[in-house]
Design a protein around this ligand. Structure first.
Ligand code: G4P
Length: 529
């Protein structure tokens, strides 16, 4: 197969949702369709159950599982599908944000009863910022939930999306009769008896056919006709270009657990979802069809074995072919590296591969050369645009608890930050180190890993910070900026990229500071240029 055909047949995407909406279940059903797994239950959930939120042994166990589910690749109708796994637990939201830099599209799963939840809002916002094409799957239609139209309104308002249903439910919960597939113009009946079996898809080209009344009952059939008329009148028609540039989002309904509506989703997905997309680097836009290899690190996974500090760096291939045992330039280090055993991922298995193509993810064994965001090329100096950091929610000083091990501690902190476990801020005033995290859970992970992987001990001290704000002065030489730096000296820090950050202790302080220094901008993300 030619290089171009290999690119054209790849679809690399992520499934995002609030925990418990059904991401793991949907992933598993997609894999079943691809024949990548033989039975349900084969994909282990890598979510950390609520009951175990403070149990770090559980985290270690889960880390092991999530290596194998980091990328799930399978073939379906000649299409190579790469699903990038995103952690469901909100304390690991940063991981998910980073994974979103490596996907070409996403499927958002929403629980019909719960509607749009907090985590979904945040994640969709990141997708919108990056114009990532989105398909929404409304799950658990076998349960009582919100009215479909209300839910569409909620999605439009809370997520800021412009939606167009490509399928529509007939009833819901106890009364759930099936789904009308607007995309394929057919009907899929949910068996009323066992609530488990699915009847075959029935072609319904004319909605006024009496057959529909017989199949779902006159009342339901009439309701469906009215609803579809409403959809046609109110919602925009599906347009592939609008979907691809992120301005229109198709909606599907179904029940992942019952494998209902999933095939329709997948069939539509492979037809409309984008093949690997061009990616912006600081220097230029890079097209997947370019023959020279380029790629970037979006995730680093520490190995489970504490004796060997080797890690797996996940590279998304942006252009060209990535070949085994070929020297590539590590741009940040200006060093040529070659990799004798790059891993590709097939369903739950890892396997050494000789060649990978744009859209694919390879896992490279790493002994500390890689940081998240690093770029590999065949020689060109190219830096894929930084992966943004968002303001953490929690802040603590980190102290050395064993003075003889300060070297180990510093090395450990450095490497864990490179992996993206948390963010490090160094105070301008006294050089003290502050660790910022999305969830309190990470502090335990860091402490545990510093001890077990680096032999270092740490303690924490609370620090009252509301948000970390990246500082952007209109003019670095202005008097106003000089005053700001002097007055706020105690609250200024540098992040790992040496960018200036203001640690605001309350929303009030932040607002006051913004008013007082109007020529300085305060951003909640490091990516603002
Ligand atoms: P997540 O990865 O998004 O966190 O969700 P996951 O797939 O683990 O699903 C969360 C729960 O919702 C699971 O139940 C799962 O069985 C259930 N679920 C998923 N899809 C559907 C659906 O279409 N209908 C119904 N009724 N339930 C669904 P659990 O009891 O938490 O876990 P388990 O013991 O079944 O694994």
């Amino acid at each position: 197969m030619s290089f171009i055909s290999e690119i054209n047949r790849r679809r690399t995407f992520g499934i995002i949702s609030h925990p418990d909406a059904g991401k793991t279940t949907l992933t598993e059903k997609l894999l079943l369709f691809g024949g990548a797994i033989q039975e349900a239950g084969a994909v282990k959930s890598n979510k950390i159950k609520k009951t175990a939120t403070s149990d770090f042994m559980e985290i270690e166990r889960q880390r092991g599982i999530s290596v194998s589910t980091s990328v799930l690749a399978f073939e379906y109708n000649g299409i190579k599908i790469n699903i990038l796994d995103t952690p469901g637990h909100k304390d690991f939201a940063e991981d998910t944000f980073r994974t979103l830099t490596a996907v070409d599209s996403v499927i958002v799963v929403i629980d019909v009863a719960k509607g749009v939840e907090e985590q979904t809002e945040k994640l969709v916002e990141v997708c919108r910022m990056r114009n990532i094409p989105i398909i929404v799957f409304i799950n658990k239609m076998d349960r009582e939930g919100k009215d479909a139209f209300d839910l569409l309104d909620e999605i439009e308002q809370k997520l800021g999306l412009r939606v167009t249903p490509l399928s529509f439910p007939i009833g819901m919960g106890y009364d759930f009769k099936g789904i009308y597939n607007i995309w394929e113009k057919n009907i899929n009946l949910f068996s009323g008896d066992s609530r488990k079996n699915i009847e075959d898809t029935l072609e319904i080209s004319d909605l006024n056919t009496e057959e529909l009344d017989i199949l779902v009952g006159k009342t339901s059939a009439d309701t469906l006709r009215e609803e579809l008329e409403l959809i046609e009148g109110v919602y925009p028609k599906f347009n592939k270009d609008e979907y691809l540039n992120g301005t229109l989002q198709p909606i599907f309904f179904g029940s992942a657990l019952n494998n209902f509506g999933v095939r329709e989703l997948l069939d539509c997905f492979i037809e409309i979802a984008p093949k690997p997309r061009p990616k912006q680097s600081e220097e230029r836009l890079v097209n997947p069809e370019e023959t020279k290899f380029t790629g970037f690190v979006f995730k680093i996974h520490a190995n489970m074995d504490p004796k060997h500090r080797d890690r797996l760096a996940f590279i998304k291939i942006v252009s060209g072919e990535f070949k085994r045992n070929t020297p590539y330039l590590h741009v940040r280090l200006n060093k040529k590296l070659k990799f004798s055993s790059p891993n590709a991922f097939f369903a739950e298995k890892k396997q050494i591969v000789d060649v990978s193509f744009p859209g694919d993810i390879v896992g490279l064994h790493d002994t500390g050369n890689f940081k998240i965001g690093d770029t590999l090329t065949e020689g060109e100096i190219l830096n894929y645009q930084g992966i943004p950091s968002f303001s953490p929610e929690h802040f603590r000083y980190i102290n050395n608890a064993d003075p003889l091990k300060s070297k180990q501690l510093n090395k450990g902190i450095d490497q864990l930050m490179d992996e993206g476990v948390a963010q490090l801020f160094t105070l301008e005033l006294n050089g003290r180190k502050v660790i910022g995290t999305v969830g309190a859970l990470q502090y335990e992970v860091i402490q545990y890993r510093l001890e077990h992987e680096y032999g270092a001990k740490c303690t924490y001290e609370n620090l009252n910070v509301h948000k970390a704000c990246w500082v952007e002065p209109e003019d670095v030489k202005s008097e106003e900026f000089a005053v700001f730096k002097r007055v706020k000296q105690r609250f200024l820090a540098k992040d790992k990229q040496n960018q200036l950050v203001f640690l605001a202790d309350s929303l009030f302080t932040l607002q006051l500071t913004e008013e007082k220094y109007p020529t300085i901008k305060f951003h909640l993300t490091s990516e603002f240029k």
